[in-house]
Each structure stands twice: as C-alpha cells, then as structure tokens.
Write a protein that binds this ligand. Structure first.
Ligand SMILES: [Zn+2]
Length: 125
C-alpha cells in the first residue's frame, strides 16, 4: 500500500487472469478498508487508495449546445469543489462512449459499433 507504514498482516490478490495477476501486502487497517468497499487500484506493485487514487465520479450532467452540434459535459468529482467541464461534439461523445464501454468489462454490441462507423461493408453475417 503506497504511503502506508503499518506492519503488513495479509496479502491482497487481484487481476482478471494470469496476464494481469497482482498481489501486495497490506496492513489490517487497509485490509478492512478494502473489504468495506473503498475504491482501490494497483499502480505497478503498489495499491492506491484514499488520496492516491483518482477522485470518484459523483454526478454528471450536460448543458445542451446551441451552436456546434454537441454539448458541455459536466463531471462532479468527490473532494473537488469545481466540476470538470468539456465540450463534446456529437462525434466526440460517441467516440468517448465507445472508448469507455469496454472498460466496464462488457463487449461492445456489434450493432452499436456498426452504427457509429456508418459502414455497410456488405458482409451480411
Ligand atoms: Zn496500511
């Protein structure tokens, strides 16, 4: 555990398969925090928690665009007073969605990918 000076008392194992298997020693306090649902991640051989992990998304909203086709995306993060705002064109928004979707661990629906690409390659499988 990054920054932790407590004596280690157990081992945390993580990963989705042999390719990304990780393990790290943790103290009793952090072991309890991990078990209680606190966000955590690995960075190299260290576990990140608390101030070392990126702030969690609390809420998002959009401000409709009146000019260029698109909208302003507003992201409110835990521990930040000012939200992050960014203008996304329609294409940017779809690209970002397609980029983020696989991170959920789900497979992109083929229809969604095809619709975004706007391709009809004649392959009717
Ligand atoms: Zn600890």
């Amino acid at each position: 555990m990054l920054r932790c000076q407590n004596p280690y008392s157990s081992v945390v194992v993580a990963g989705h398969g042999p390719a990304d298997f990780r393990e790290a020693d943790v103290c009793a306090v952090h072991k309890a925090n991990l078990g209680s649902g606190a966000n955590w991640d690995f960075c190299g051989d260290h576990i990140l928690m608390d101030q070392d992990i990126a702030p969690a998304l609390v809420r998002w909203s959009e401000l409709p665009g009146m000019g260029t086709h698109g909208f302003t995306l507003v992201l409110e993060m835990a521990g930040r007073t000012a939200p992050i705002e960014m203008f996304l064109t329609t294409t940017d928004a779809i690209s970002l969605a397609l980029f983020l979707y696989p991170s959920s661990g789900l497979t992109l629906p083929r229809d969604l990918v095809d619709a975004f690409r706007g391709e009809d390659d004649g392959d009717s499988d």
